[in-house]
Design a binder for this molecule. Structure first.
Ligand code: ATP
Ligand code: MG
Length: 440
């Protein structure tokens, strides 16, 4: 079997002395599964008694797709079928002549094992994850942490290969975007391979990709990664990611903004700001008015924040917090704040603040300094759901309703709401500032 030019490039990265993580693909039919299987088979033959992981989100799809490719590549490489023995209960395939093993795993996260403890005892020499966009960053990192088996014996460094079609999430942030910006880490590689890079594929396949809907065609045939930029999104995906870029802490005025939980499953979110940089986010599931009041009071004392710089949403339970603290109250549905005596064209205060927030995000004026990866992912998800609603009858600008966001996210956008409230103080200051946003 002869590899394509792109597959050869990827194999070189998988065999060099510096690359630890390879992402290959970016379009359908670019020879992703063949490359992965080829690399794994080559390693099994070259390194006797090695153990390589071949994984996918689900075992059934792994069996129906990737393992078929493995059989095909073995055949092409002249490896007889009886050289393999499959132990179903262990989920392992033994290659008899070299006693090397392929370990098969599903990496979909399960509520019963959210931290992938099941992989805790796994020791492997390398890993190939097909369609790795379907697993979480956590799963990717857990697999990476398990690569150590017989590395020293063969003078190898840990290598993980992921293949995927254009997607969002960690594959975009970790590989595609840094590659596009020319800033990818030395130990990571992204190799783009589209159907046009694979001379072995039937012309009919390309033709059938051309017949897909525009969005799928862009993604799968042309390998466009920025496919789901919805025109109604208020913030571009890249700009949302940029809010986490490391910045020096702004020593300007401090603020606290808080979204107080209304119902049983919502969380109370409290943000501490140094100027336009959010330096701390506390997410507190289920807590009463007294507890919230005492947390905010403590934060005011410790971080030296004036009560006139504290705002809590006043709908429902939050009203109690505002009354006790005597801080500012934020009523989502109240009239927008007039700027320099001029009425503003928003359906309510919340929409006014979200439009300004989006403008600040798109102009890289706001930052969020948090390390918690889950919290970052949560913010990214919530921000993507902030969209402009169809223009209302009275032609006022508005964001989609909380109910609609809740339906799409499966939870309330509490963190986004708490962050957005910071804009209240900006709007109040608007008349005094030069830096006016485009909407005003
Ligand atoms: N080096 C090669 N030599 C011969 N055939 C190849 C080679 N690489 C890929 N092919 C053929 O091209 C087709 C697509 O390859 P493969 O399944 O690896 O692509 P893929 O990117 O994983 O596709 P999908 O997006 O459908 O998962 C297959 O029919 C495979 O047999
Ligand atoms: Mg494939």
């Amino acid at each position: 079997m002869e590899l394509t030019i792109k597959q050869t490039e990827a194999l070189d990265a998988l065999e060099d002395a510096t690359t630890r993580e390879v992402l290959y693909g970016g379009g359908a039919g670019g020879g992703k599964s063949v490359l992965g299987c080829y690399w794994i088979l080559k390693c099994l033959l070259k390194y006797p008694e090695s153990r390589y992981l071949v994984a996918r989100s689900r075992l059934t799809t792994l069996r129906q797709t990737t393992l078929n490719t493995l059989r095909y590549v073995s055949r092409m490489q002249g490896i007889p079928t009886d050289a393999f023995s499959y132990n179903e209960s262990r989920g392992e395939i033994l290659l008899r002549p070299t006693s090397s093993v392929i370990v098969l795993k599903a990496l979909q996260s399960r509520p019963s094992d959210p931290d992938f403890d099941e992989l805790g005892s796994l020791e492997i020499t390398g890993a190939f994850i097909d369609e790795c966009n379907q697993i979480s960053l956590k799963a990717w990192n857990v697999v990476r942490s398990r690569i150590r088996y017989r590395l020293n014996d063969y003078d190898l460094i840990p290598k993980i290969l992921g293949t995927c079609n254009p997607s969002r999430g960690y594959v975009y942030n970790r590989f595609y975007k840094p590659w596009k910006d020319g800033k990818i880490d030395d130990d990571k590689r992204f190799i783009s391979s589209l159907v046009g890079d694979n001379p072995y594929i039937s012309a009919h396949y390309k033709e059938s990709l051309s017949g897909l809907d525009v969005r799928s065609r862009d993604r799968l045939l042309y390998g466009r990664w920025d496919y789901d930029e919805d025109p109604s999104s208020l913030m571009s995906y890249d700009k949302i990611l940029d809010i986490f870029s490391p910045r020096k802490t702004d020593s300007a005025d401090k603020y606290i903004t808080a979204d107080i939980a209304r119902f049983g499953d919502d969380s109370t979110v409290i943000c501490l700001w140094y100027g336009l940089s959010c330096e701390m986010i506390k997410v507190i599931p289920r807590c009463g008015v007294d507890e919230v009041v005492s947390i905010i009071k403590d934060m005011c004392t410790v971080y030296n924040v004036n009560l006139s710089h504290v705002i809590c949403d006043e709908d429902g339970v939050g009203g109690g917090v505002v009354d006790t603290l005597r801080c500012k109250g934020f009523v989502n549905n109240s009239s927008p704040v007039a700027v320099k005596g001029k009425q503003q064209n928003f359906s309510n205060l919340k929409s006014q603040c979200y439009f300004l927030w989006a403008d600040y995000v798109n102009r890289s004026l706001v930052h969020i300094n948090v390390d918690d990866i889950r919290l970052k992912e949560r913010i990214i998800e919530e921000m993507q759901e902030v969209r402009a609603a169809d223009i209302t009858v009275d032609k006022k600008l508005s964001v989609v309703s909380k109910r609609e966001i809740k339906e799409r996210l499966g939870r309330s956008p509490d963190v986004a709401d708490a962050l957005m409230m910071r804009m209240y103080f900006e709007i109040k200051d608007m008349g005094k500032k030069q830096n006016l946003a485009i909407f005003f």
